[in-house]
Design a protein around this ligand. Sequence first.
Ligand code: KIV
Ligand code: NA
Length: 262
Amino acid sequence: EPRPVTAPAFRAAKGRSRLAVVTAYDYTSARLADEAGVDAILVGDSLGMVIQGHATSLPVTLRDVIYHTQCVVRGVKRALVIADLPFLTYQVSPRQAVRSAGKLMKFGGAHAVKLEGGERVADAVRAVVAAGIPVMAHVGLTPQSVHQFGGFKVQRDAEQLLADAAAVVAAGAFAVVVESVPADVGAKLTAALPVPTVGIGAGPGCDAQVLVFHDLLGLFADFTPKFVKRYADLGTAARDAIGAFAREVRDGTFPGPEHSFR
Ligand code: KIV
Ligand code: NA
């Protein structure tokens, strides 16, 4: 049995080893990611796009993330499982943040939670950490604020990004996702912070990198940000396989005798 990755161990990897993080939303994909040896699995609210087919993550509910976290933890032996707090489940008050985060831990079985924002959510981070729950923060392009940004845009205000990251770390965050910032800003944040930066579109200077499962595997083609690297084309493989099945059903070659009972 592999030794599980804990939030303190994730944090302690700062400056020692680079960490790999991937999203997952169900048992089978979580099991594949865990067996591949990733350090953490994020049950991201990106599930609003890749699982539910929405244009943004805003419609995702706490119940949705609880359900997907329950599925994911059943497939994981080693990786740290981090569950995203969806839009409007922590912004109202620190009390709301503790309740929502607690439900992800208590009912979902998550090992940690993630929420978006910097200075604006520092009080929420502090409250959730005080409840005994490890918190990963998320600064830069925070997709729950897409309407305020006016689109999925690269964030370039280095001074504000540093202030945001410093605020959530001071509030107790054990790591910080940094999304869609120039590579030099990603490196600057990494040098300034005492906890790991988890980059996505934040350059090679970060302590860790995260990608969305479906993007990494070429399963999602609705849109592909510049920061996505496709390590496989499973979308094409799946379409070809299902097409072969349908052809064999129509021409009568499936099922053959080896797939039939006598
Ligand atoms: O929801 C998500 O998948 C995320 C990662 C891309 C960081 O927040
Ligand atoms: Na997210």
